[in-house]
Ligand binder design. Structure first.
Ligand code: HEC
Length: 161
């Protein structure tokens, strides 16, 4: 009986300790700054992936090997619009105010990106070189099509002296 009580007391101490040692709960919502950082990171990786796909296609890499990076680009095309949440409007970035004042057109540009990257994945899986190169061109055009209206040009380099 005494032994049992000691075991129970020990168990209570252990669970009590575990509760005290638990780290503070992680924030449940990403901050607007987190969203801006995530979209800039995704865009940067999209540019790297597009370059990789172009180079690989030119070098004659088997297209089936390119389905994986192409599928990442296609997922990014579907994920990116949500990172331009209304809450990020005031955060310094290169997104132009038109992203939020012209939402319907921004969504059309995002859809063109999504459609082109899906065609890229399908062409890679089908090992169809002509379709793959056409989808690469339409994907690159979809990047530019959106940037022309919704991305501010890069800041000029700081003047020396
Ligand atoms: C639907 C619109 C849209 C599409 C499509 C789009 N972008 Fe962007 N992109 C933007 C906007 C807006 C910004 C500015 C975001 C910011 O500064 O927070 C941006 C930023 C970038 C940046 C700069 C990231 C940084 O670190 O500041 C790169 C690089 C980029 N895009 C590459 C691409 C490439 C490559 C594609 C196509 C494969 C693409 N984008 C497709 C809207 C788009």
């Amino acid at each position: 009986m005494i032994a049992a009580r000691i075991v129970i007391a020990g168990a209570l101490m252990v669970t009590g300790w575990a509760a005290m040692a638990k780290p503070a709960a992680a924030p449940t919502q990403p901050s607007p700054q987190d969203l801006v950082l995530a979209r800039q990171a995704g865009m940067t990786m999209a540019a790297s992936t597009l370059n990789l796909l172009r180079g690989a296609s030119t070098n004659g890499t088997p297209l089936k090997n390119l389905a994986f990076p192409a599928s990442g680009l296609a997922k990014w095309a579907d994920a990116a619009p949500a990172l331009f949440a209304e809450s990020t409007r005031g955060v310094p970035s290169r997104a132009l105010p038109a992203v939020w004042t012209n939402k319907a057109d921004f969504a059309i540009k995002a859809k063109a990106f999504s459609d082109s990257t899906k065609a890229l994945v399908a062409a890679a899986r089908a090992d169809d070189k002509a379709a793959f190169d056409a989808a690469l061109a339409s994907t690159a055009a979809s990047c530019k099509g959106c940037h022309d209206s919704y991305q501010a040009p890069p800041a000029p380099p700081a003047k020396a002296g």
